[in-house]
Design a protein around this ligand. Structure first.
Ligand code: SF4
Ligand code: SF4
Length: 163
């Protein structure tokens, strides 16, 4: 049985008060491409409902539904009649998941790639040479020093598996 955690609910509300405007109409889930692909297995309305109820164990420990499946396409945010900032709320939930190590390996790999190369998906040497031959502009990367500072603040490196 799920336990209501008022402290967690208040934390989400403090982070984003728009949570309280949700009247559970399901417009977000109806327009969500991931909900469509997973045949309702992923369901943003349900995530918002669990956040309103303060069901931290379901959202963070069990990840039911799994917040990492959101592609951040913002369709739900555009469609929501109550202007609930769903993706912002999802960010807080994902941060909570991250803090207890409940984070998919692929996200850790992408973070590691940004930390090392300034991009999430580094280009191969062959691609870079071909781009140069085609006269395409050089690829801009994020300033690694600044990325490092941000990731240190989030203690990201503690989650990188030791090789
Ligand atoms: S569309 Fe907005 S109001 Fe409707 S269920 Fe989703 S978050 Fe709640
Ligand atoms: S932002 Fe996430 S929850 Fe919203 S419609 Fe896109 S995939 Fe679905």
């Amino acid at each position: 049985m799920s336990v209501i955690n008022f402290e967690f609910r208040n934390e989400v509300l403090k982070h984003n008060a728009s949570l309280s405007y949700c009247y559970q109409c399901s417009t977000c889930s109806g327009g969500c491409p991931v909900a469509l692909l997973t045949e309702g297995g992923y369901n943003p309305r349900k995530i918002i409902e669990e956040a309103i109820l303060g069901l931290q164990d379901k959202l963070v420990q069990k990840q039911d539904p799994n917040p990492w499946l959101c592609s951040t396409c913002q369709t739900c945010v555009e469609l929501c009649p109550q202007k609930v900032e769903i993706t912002e709320i999802l960010t807080l939930i994902k941060n909570e998941c991250f803090n207890i190590g409940n984070v998919p390996e692929a996200f850790i790999s992408q973070g590691k790639a940004v930390l090392e190369n300034g991009v999430a998906l580094p280009y191969s040497k062959a691609i870079l040479t071909r781009r140069e031959k085609l006269g395409l502009p050089s690829i801009k990367t994020a300033p690694i020093d600044e990325v490092k500072k941000i990731l240190q603040e989030t203690k990201f490196e503690n989650h990188i598996p030791k090789e």
